[in-house]
Design a protein around this ligand. Sequence first.
Ligand code: R5P
Length: 304
Amino acid sequence: MVSVVGDEFAEQIARKLDFTYHVLERRIFPDGEVCPRIVLNGEPLDSEVFFILRPKPSQDLNSYLVEFLITLRNLRKRVKRIHAVMPYMIYARQDATFRRGEPLSSKIIAELIAESGADSFSTINMHLHRIEDIASFVSNMTVSNLSAIPYLAHSIEKNFDLHEPFVLGPDDEALQWAKEFAKCLNVHSYEAMHKERDPVTGEIKTELPDLELSGRDLIIIDDIISTGGTMINAVQKVRKKDVASIIATVVHPVLTNDALEALKTLDLRGVCTTNTIPSPLNQIDVTPLIVEEIKKKREKEKEP
Ligand code: R5P
């Protein structure tokens, strides 16, 4: 039998699968230290567990990481098999040593998750830029990188009347998501901007390819909005192209600093994100994506 351990996001998944659910009580002491407790409610944990956890609203991501790792260790002592699900893979953007002396953080975090006890690991649209696959970092944990792009595309298609849509990635890396999104809309109109970020100041410089966008409904797609700088820059550039409307969409609403307020001032037709991280923005539910992944894993395990 299988149990699910985690937050209210995990609970929704457990309910859809009819699995036993154990809530993770997430106590934070006044000094910031965390004490995540698996509430057993009289029922024992099954030998196989899906551990699914998002950051709490406005939670510091390092505090979330410690909760995640401590819970994996705690589970490891109690169960035989652990499938860890981190809907937004933190530290994934630090996938290179940009400056001498920096750590390769994304690899270190993947190793910590594996060493803490995860037999398998699933995440959604992990920022894969300079590395092809997180699995290349860790050999002792199987890894799935799921895509929520079809969820974004189908929701936007359903909720907005799109006229000659054009899908734009705000940097070179986002071309993959623009392409996938355009495919879901059944159009071939997609492209990406070129972006360079100063590794010290974080300042970005971008170039928009010479595109005929006049009168078209533009969708700008990225994996993450963090400070909002990348999205805001892209919106400002395409506004000069006389587009009919602009919808901004990302998988992960990290939303640091004043990103939310800055996005509101852009007067966009829509801002659509998923619920991999709790946020006040429109949240497209990706629990069905994880439910499907769990079903696939279970089927695979039954194979001889
Ligand atoms: C970077 O390559 C990512 O794909 C995003 O474009 C970036 O992380 C967004 O960050 P921000 O909102 O701070 O510009």
